[in-house]
Design a protein around this ligand. Sequence first.
Ligand code: PLP
Length: 248
Amino acid sequence: MSGSAGQLEKAIARNLRNVRERLARACERAGRDPGAVRLVGISKTFPASHVRAAAAAGLTDLGENRVQEALEKIADTADLRGITWHLVGHLQSNKARRAAAAMAWIQSVDSVGLLRRLDHAAAAEQATPRLLVQVDLAGERTKHGAPAAAVREILDAATACGAVDVRGLMALPPWSDDPEQARPWFRRLRELRDRLIDAGAPPACLRDLSMGMSHDFDVAVEEGATVVRVGTAIFGRRAPRPAATTAS
Ligand SMILES: *Cc1c(COP(=O)(O)O)cnc(C)c1O
C-alpha cells in the first residue's frame, strides 16, 4: 500500500469512528438501539479509492446521487464484498432499468409512474431493490420528491408490485447550518408516516425513515431516522461539481 493510501484509510477510519460515536450518543439520548440505524456513506464526487478506504474501515452501505457515477464506482469496486449501494438522487425514468439492476436501495421514488417502471425493470433484471418514497415536505419546487399528499397513492400502487420492496420514506429538508432548524422537518416526516399508518396504508411499506446528513443526523436520529445519509463527515469536503455538466 502506498503512503497516501494509508493516510486516506486512516483519515476515513477516524472520521467514521467520530460519526459512529455521534450516532451512538444520539441513540442513547433517544433510547434507541444503534443497530436500528443504517449508516449510508455518501461517496459522490469522490473516487473509488475513498470507497475502498471506507469499506476497509467497516462501512457496508454506500450511496451516490447520480446513476452514471454510481455505476462507474460500483464497477470500479466490484471486487469488494458485502457492499450495499444506495441511490439517493433524482432518477430519470430512462435510467430506471440500469438503476434497478445495480442499486440495492433506491431512495428517490417520487411518482407512481417511476415506481411501476422500476418494478418492471427489476422483474426483468431479476433484482429486488428496496425503495423509499422521497417526500418534498416543504413544497420546494427546486427539489425532487412527491408532495406529501401524493405519498398514499404511491404506497397503494406498491402493493401491486412484485419485484421491488417499498420500505419507507426519505426527505431532504430545506438546508440550514443549524441542525435544530431541521428538527421540525424530520418530525414532520415521522408524523406523516404515523398518519399514513393510522389511515390504513400498508405498514410494511413504512418501516424506514431516511433523514439526516453530516451536520444534522444526530437530530434526525432523535426524531426517529432509521437511515442516515452522511457524506462530508466521512469523506471530507467535496469540491464543487463543474457547473456545465448536465449528466446525472
Ligand atoms: C450529498 C447528499 C447527502 C450527504 O450530504 P453531507 O452533507 O455531505 O453529509 C445526503 N443526502 C443526499 C440526498 C445527498 O445528495
